[in-house]
Design a protein around this ligand. Structure first.
Ligand SMILES: [Zn+2]
Ligand SMILES: [Zn+2]
Length: 396
């Protein structure tokens, strides 16, 4: 571990607790981005604000190399009411840092301080503080606004704390590490009637019930058994009273999967099944399928680089470089659709689950996170790495 990092941990913990106390939802991170921009500015780092509304980008250049890598943290909180006795618990009613983005932000600020004050590298490091990871797609907007082209980013890295993974353990993998998530909405248009005379109408509840079951065959009968796919119907809305068959029934839900091709075939199968079931029962339907975050797919060379830096920091015995992918999703995926890179997990310990009202980021992992970022930069923008291979990872 780099010795000097420990000297500014107290300052970073204070920042982290302050962010925790004043959480802000996606695209509303005005106070947070002000703190981030101020901190970077005091370090003499070039600051660009207003990316995806509340995002901040810091640029740190050294030497003459054109190599540019980006490190990304997310800043937004969740609409969760915090239930804790922490001294620094949220003072913003109904809003809470329940995913540890306060910790990610503080860690990246710590890495910026180390690299600005004593970083030994040749090239450019970008510190990306993005808004709205939790559903708003701040990462997508930054990519659409041209962040990759403007700064010539060649490789990008993201880090997330992970509950259930031991403190100080780092895990990652080549290929898909987080799932895609799409939403769907199906309305079955039947014909309402008296509940005692069902033959005079078309009952949308019977048809939608059949759909809840039949849609599962898009996974169990139409997807390869070894592909990870989840299809969940999460809302079923129909009817108003005991003795009336309603006109319509509404189903909503989401799908999760690890490759874009699976998403396409799921969508096709789901609409076909919906059309078939509705036709069988003389109902009409409307079908909407809304793509969400794509799968997060790590490239080979950059995953290897990240695992190597992790091994330097925590030792090979504390690195899992082929961890199982998760079915949750991440808008870091939009960066990876554009350029090579890698997303890693940093063990948060086993005490709490993220998105719960009693979650708190584990401050003990902050030095590990900072050491990982700085080691990665010095490794990737150092003399050792062959410039020819840098940032040329293949998608797979
Ligand atoms: Zn989250
Ligand atoms: Zn998160």
């Amino acid at each position: 571990m780099k010795n000097t990092i420990s000297t500014y941990i107290p300052e970073l913990i204070a920042i982290r607790h302050d962010l925790h106390k004043h959480p802000e939802l996606g695209f509303e991170e005005k106070r947070t981005s002000g703190i981030v921009a101020g901190y970077l500015d005091r370090l003499g780092i070039e600051v660009h604000t207003g990316w995806a509304r509340t995002g901040v980008v810091g640029v740190l250049r050294r030497g003459s190399s054109n190599s540019t890598i980006a490190l990304r943290a997310d800043m937004d909180a969740l609409p969760v009411q915090e239930r804790s006795n922490l001294e620094y618990r949220s003072t913003n009613e109904g809003v809470m840092h329940a995913c540890g983005h306060d910790g990610h932000t503080a860690i990246l600020l710590g890495a910026a301080r180390y690299l600005a004050e004593q970083g030994d590298f040749d090239g450019t490091v970008l510190f990306i503080f993005q808004p709205a990871e939790e559903g708003g797609g701040g990462g997508r907007i930054m990519v659409e606004e041209g962040i990759v082209e403007k700064f010539g980013i060649q490789a990008v890295y993201g880090m997330h704390n992970r509950s259930g993974l031991e403190t100080g353990v780092i895990s990652t993998r080549t290929g898909p590490i987080m799932a895609a998530t799409d939403n769907f909405e199906i309305t079955v248009h039947g014909k309402g009637t008296h509940a005692a005379l069902p033959h005079t109408g078309v009952d949308p509840i019977i048809i939608a019930s059949e759909l809840v079951s039949s849609l599962q065959t898009a996974v169990t009968r139409e997807t390869k058994a070894l592909d990870s796919v989840v299809l969940s119907v999460t809302q079923f809305i129909a009817g108003t009273t005991f003795n009336v068959i309603p006109d319509n029934a509404l189903l909503r839900g989401c799908t999760r999967f690890q490759s874009n091709e699976i998403g396409e075939s799921l969508r096709e199968a789901m609409e076909r099944i919906t059309a078939g079931v509705c036709a069988a029962h003389q109902a009409r339907y409307s079908f909407q399928y809304m793509p969400g975050y794509p799968p997060t797919i790590n490239t080979a060379a950059e995953s290897k680089a990240a695992a190597q830096a992790a091994k330097t920091v925590v030792g090979p015995e504390n690195v899992d470089d082929n961890c199982p992918p998760l079915m949750a999703s991440e808008d870091f995926s939009y960066f990876l659709e554009k350029i090579p890179g890698c997303y890693i997990f940093l063990g948060n310990g086993i005490h709490t689950q993220s998105h719960r009202s009693d979650f708190d980021f584990n401050d003990d992992i902050m030095p590990v996170g900072i050491a990982f970022w700085t080691t990665l930069v010095e490794q990737e923008l150092g003399e050792k790495r062959d410039a020819e291979t840098r940032g040329k990872g293949e998608k797979n």
